[in-house]
Design a protein around this ligand. Structure first.
Ligand SMILES: [Zn+2]
Length: 251
């Protein structure tokens, strides 16, 4: 056994018991324990960690701990005055795609609303989520830290907030999604692309008031739902305006 000192930063403290938050604490480490092993043993899913410093030097998840090591652990987007830093994982290039666990239906809809491909089904089991994420290169979204600790989950975002709108804000900030959003391009129900459609072709699907007041429509090829810029749309726009000022979506 060796004894190392740990300090966790920013929201990583949420995973710790109050007595260990925002301060250094010493901890006995198993023989041949790596940084990853100990960070997870202390309750922090590896998906939440971006940088690890041991004795002031940036290291990977495979660094073995030695007697007297001082370990500092950081989430994404904190400025650390040490360089060069080794990120403990690679991020996928291009637009991120997601898979949300069964408790995050509200968040899944909001991500779709922003144009981010997000799988969600409240019948998904954890094993299916992990398998689909790996196969399709999706980022796992969950509030279940045991799910996030699974070794096969390489990309994940633990949501600290309980409400969907706040969860959306967390993800937008953490993954810097504001510039890659393409609002109102995906069906909120089935995650399929929406296409603009002539009013005449959907007239029979529209309530009388909608026929009267709206001229622009889009539709989903999968479920056939028709979308227009009604009150639901306006509510969504308000949420997006708060998250991504000047998102450039034509009104
Ligand atoms: Zn649809």
């Amino acid at each position: 056994m060796v004894t190392a000192t740990f300090r966790f930063y920013e929201e990583l403290n949420d995973f710790l018991p109050p007595s260990r938050r925002k301060k250094e604490f010493s901890c006995l480490c198993a023989q041949a324990a790596t940084t990853k092993h100990m960070i997870e043993a202390l309750g922090i899913p590896h998906t939440e960690v971006e940088f690890v410093l041991v004795n002031g030097e940036s290291v990977g998840f495979d660094r073995m701990l030695e007697e007297g090591d001082r370990v500092s652990v950081y989430p994404r987007f904190v400025s650390v005055d040490v360089s060069p830093l080794i990120r403990v994982r690679e991020y996928p290039l291009g637009n991120p795609r997601f898979i949300a666990d069964a408790h995050l239906g509200g968040l899944a809809k909001m991500l779709r609303m922003m144009g981010f491909d997000t799988l969600y089904d409240n019948n998904f089991h954890d094993d299916e989520i992990v398998a689909l994420a790996g196969k399709e290169g999706r980022i796992v979204l969950s509030r279940d830290r045991e799910l996030m600790k699974r070794r096969n989950v390489t990309q994940g975002c633990y949501l600290h907030a309980q409400k969907a709108a706040q969860q959306l804000r967390e993800i937008v900030e953490r993954l810097d999604l504001a510039t890659s959003a393409r609002p109102f391009t995906l069906c909120l129900h089935c995650n399929a692309p929406l296409h603009p459609v002539d009013k005449a072709s959907v007239l029979h699907q529209l309530p009388p008031k909608v026929r009267e007041h709206y001229d622009r429509f889009s539709t989903c090829d999968v479920c056939g739902r028709v979308y227009w810029e009604g009150s639901h749309w306006q509510n969504m726009r308000q949420i997006l305006d708060g998250l991504i000022p000047n998102h450039g979506f034509a009104s």
